[in-house]
Design a protein. Sequence first.
Length: 192
Amino acid sequence: MKKIAFAALFAVSAFSANAAVGELVVNGDFETGTFAGWTKSGNTSLSDVIANTVTSNHSFVWRSGATGTPAIISQNLATTAGSSYTLSFDLFSSGTSTDPSKVAFAAFFGGSQVYGFQNTTLGWTHFTFENLTATSALTELKFSSRNDPGFTRLDNVSVTAAAAVPEPETYALMLAGLGLIAGLARRRSKQQ
């Protein structure tokens, strides 16, 4: 019986070796009411976590109304070099200007800009970016925002590992484990 249990455990662990990793962002929904997990830099004036007043489905958000130069929040995520990740977030922007550089937002993953806008007004919009490849064991996630005449709000930031497709060897190993279980069970039933 111990052999059967061991074989079953082996087969299941081989099959689940490629399971997706959970959430990598700390406090991505800002529900602590603070910047816990985030590092603030750049122009930190008018860069805060506030109770949301724009819609009812976002309790706390990062609000940036930085003028002159952008406010920045970032955190380093534990990643695997060569692996793919999915970034998603909700974004709101009020205010436009005759000078497009006064209203700007950018999102970066590992130093590469994955999204940005200038002089844009947005109602709450959900963005998703897939197949972002990490190049090292630590990947910086960074958001930059300047909004001289209004405010930009960010919420529900999420980074997850893309679901891996099992290699053919994994399936072969799982089938071998299941075959071993069936063989041991058959042998055990003949002995009784």
